[in-house]
Write a protein that binds this ligand. Structure first.
Ligand SMILES: CC(C)(COP(=O)(O)OP(=O)(O)OC[C@H]1O[C@@H](n2cnc3c(N)ncnc32)[C@H](O)[C@@H]1OP(=O)(O)O)[C@@H](O)C(=O)NCCC(=O)NCCS
Length: 182
């Protein structure tokens, strides 16, 4: 399988490569998870994972990719691991839909990479035969909401107070993008 998804130049002129994950990505993924966990940003991960937690996560991630239950796209900027995005296929009565997650290191945000990652993920989800994409987002995460709505995601609603973040209970926005409507 060709591991390359696409390559392009970012809005800031950086060379960006998207590719599928491989077993040798573990160290990059762990360092990234520690950075995102320490940042305490708008993701579920509230602290750096332990080595065991990350190893278990990474092993099950590669298994789910192998079984075609998930797609992961890794983003490299100037050769540095910048972040990733994934879609996980649902199970049972949710098998036709996929849930999305995305995060980039702070240094690589706001140069168009997240938008391109989302576009690639949507294309991959279509190729996987999914009919519907869903995701959840902190109500206060304005840049992420902007990206999702720009790409056609619609708000299904908000669960008030669903997320505990920095000493406050804030709303969780539920969004969806139909891929096939017949
Ligand atoms: C969300 C995330 C993946 C977006 O990726 P990104 O590369 O920064 O996004 P882009 O640069 O493609 O687009 C950002 C957009 O937000 C806009 N934006 C920036 N700050 C904004 C703000 N405060 N309010 C509204 N829009 C804002 C930018 O103008 C840009 O829109 P445009 O392309 O129409 O001009 C990235 O910011 C991230 O990883 N954040 C931390 C983790 C996270 O929040 N993950 C998502 C969990 S749901």
């Amino acid at each position: 399988m060709n591991k390359l998804v696409k390559s392009f130049r970012s809005k800031k002129g950086n060379d960006v490569v998207f590719r599928y994950p491989e077993a040798s990505d573990y160290a990059d993924m762990y360092a990234f998870a520690c950075d995102i966990g320490s940042e305490d940003t708008f993701v579920s991960l509230a602290a750096p994972p332990t080595e065991k937690e990350e190893r278990d996560f990474f092993t099950s991630m590669l298994e789910s990719v192998e079984k075609k239950e998930s797609i992961y796209i890794m983003a490299y900027v100037g050769g540095m691991f910048a972040g990733n995005a994934r879609v996980n296929r649902g199970k049972g009565r949710h098998e036709h839909s996929g849930s999305i997650g995305i995060s980039l290191r702070a240094a690589f945000r706001d140069e168009g990479i997240g938008t391109e990652l989302m576009k690639s993920l949507i294309d991959e989800a279509r190729d996987m035969g999914l009919r519907l994409l869903t995701l959840t987002c902190f109500e206060t995460n304005a840049p992420a909401l902007h990206v999702y709505e720009k790409l056609g995601f619609q708000k299904a609603g908000v669960t008030p107070g669903a997320i505990s973040y920095k000493g406050q209970y804030i709303g969780e926005v539920h969004l969806y993008l139909p891929l096939i409507t017949d």
